[in-house]
Design a protein around this ligand. Structure first.
Ligand SMILES: C[S@@+](CC[C@H](N)C(=O)[O-])C[C@H]1O[C@@H](n2cnc3c(N)ncnc32)[C@H](O)[C@@H]1O
Length: 463
């Protein structure tokens, strides 16, 4: 049984009135488990659906996700259902391709989703200010596999080094986390009214810092996982009044149980199967836009050279690719994104920008795992070994595996026809090229049969 601090009880009673008992009861029950399917798997699942998200599903119980190779393949993401409302926000407000920034993006729930939702021809910068968390973000984005993405490790103010080029900025700001109480009871002890106020003022300063980077008429999507007005409605009003923005609405269905306030949308656990998520949408009004800052076009930071495409083009579907080499190897990006890729490499601190192809070592091209996981990998001329669950887990633990039926050389290891990464097959053994930082560290009993959550339904025949 969870015990809440008295000021939290007072504050939520004031917000919810007669609904408070139902709210408290919901907080004492188990949190729902939900996943969002990636379009690497093009078959709907037969679980209960998340009403506001076409790729969201509730699972009847929590499986051991780490033991599912399909999770590591980026076939789905485990995400709280309320956050999946982003589909409605983007679907209703973003109709043209453009540049998007997800400012507070780790571990990647909103960014993986956003990269699927943005209109074709868009480019997403997915940013995280804490370096270690940025590494996890990069891993999750590369597993998800969309090509027109960069992951950066910058502060909100750093984006001011670019001209104001974003059509949409998502700011899922760090918050006091009231919505996490039942999932993470330890967070209850960190909560205090003083911390709520500290979070609210930090949120204002983050938005203030990134505001100049939003284009005139651009859209800001602001979200928290907290219920209080200081971090939610009051901050939305502050953005509208101080920075100059118009609050936009999102159409919802009454049966979804979402609570609309004067400026945003709350997901209360007693009314929706979700956690305490809050989201609001604002449009920057033209009068508030600052004069465009000069882009010094200083390329000194990006010591990169553009490569001839012939050597790498066959790894990718389509022919609209440019390749460049940087300190982490060779990256591919579509020609129309050359300008933003240049800006990222010159002014920001990218972990990757575009598809991380691999490294050229002498005559040998060593492919990177991100290439195997990319949605635009051209599978036609590649050796692909579809392995069983035990072999897939050994592979993901970065253990030695053998592929006696595969040709020598670089081979894609796949599970359920979904790529996981590469090995260099030497015949009697295969060198495992899975990144050491990504490997499964948990002990998994390979003798206990494992059932993927995706196996519960129509995918059964291929799993
Ligand atoms: C709520 S979490 C983001 C969750 C993520 N959007 C998702 O859906 O998976 C907030 C993130 O903001 C980052 N953060 C912390 N301080 C920040 C700051 N001053 N500016 C920008 N981001 C910050 C945290 O490290 C954290 O990763």
């Amino acid at each position: 049984m969870l015990t809440f601090p008295p000021p939290f009880i007072e504050q939520t009673k004031e917000l919810l009135g007669t609904e408070w008992e139902a709210f408290e009861q919901a907080l004492q029950s188990d949190a729902p488990v939900s996943i969002r399917l990636n379009n690497k798997i093009n078959q709907p699942l037969s679980y209960e659906r998340v009403s506001w998200c076409s790729s969201g599903y509730y699972l009847p119980e929590r499986p051991l996700f780490t033991a599912d190779p399909l999770l590591h393949a980026g076939a789905y993401y485990v995400q709280e259902a309320g956050s999946m409302f982003l589909e409605q926000v983007i679907g209703q407000h973003i109709h043209k391709p453009g540049y998007a920034l997800d400012l507070c993006a780790a571990p990647g729930g909103k960014s993986t989703h956003l990269s699927n939702l943005l209109p074709e021809g868009s480019f997403l910068i997915s940013n995280e200010t804490i370096r270690q968390r940025a590494n996890i973000l990069a891993e999750n984005m590369q597993k998800w596999g969309n090509p027109n993405v960069a992951v950066t490790n910058n502060s909100a103010a750093d984006f001011g080094k670019l001209p104001p080029l974003f059509d949409v900025i998502v700011a899922d700001v760090p918050c006091s986390g009231e919505g996490m109480f039942r999932k993470d009871p330890a967070s209850i002890n960190e909560w205090s009214p003083a911390n709520v106020e500290l979070c609210a003022s930090r949120q204002q300063s983050i938005i203030n810092d990134v505001w100049p980077s939003l284009k005139e008429d651009g859209i800001l999507v602001y979200s928290t996982c907290t219920y209080n007005r200081s971090e939610d409605e009051n901050n939305i009003q502050w953005i509208a009044d101080t920075l100059g923005a118009q609050i936009l609405t999102v159409d919802t269905d009454e049966t979804w149980g979402i609570t609309q306030s004067e400026s945003g949308y709350h997901f209360y656990p007693h009314k929706t199967q979700s956690e305490g998520f809050f989201i609001a949408v604002l449009q920057k009004t033209s009068s508030s836009a600052p004069a465009a800052r000069k882009n010094k076009n200083n390329d000194s930071k990006s010591r990169q050279s553009v490569l001839k495409p012939d050597a790498f083009i066959s790894y990718l579907e389509g022919d609209n690719w440019l390749f460049r080499s940087g300190k982490n190897g060779i990256f591919a990006y579509q020609k129309q994104f050359e300008e933003i890729i240049n800006a990222i490499n010159s002014h920001l601190n990218p972990l990757f920008a575009g598809i991380q192809m691999g490294e050229q070592k002498g005559a040998d091209f060593i492919p990177h795992t991100a290439l195997a996981l990319s949605k635009v990998l051209n599978k036609n001329d590649l050796a692909i070994a579809n392995v069983d669950w035990q072999t897939a887990i050994s592979y993901l633990r970065r253990e030695a595996i053998t592929l006696p039926d595969s040709p020598k050389g670089y081979v894609v290891v796949a599970y359920n026809n979904t790529p996981l990464g590469w090995v260099k097959n030497l015949g009697n053994r295969a060198n495992n090229l899975y990144p050491s930082e990504w490997r499964i560290r948990m002990n998994i009993d390979l003798n206990t049969p494992y059932k993927s959550p995706l196996a519960e339904n129509n995918l059964q025949h291929i799993l």
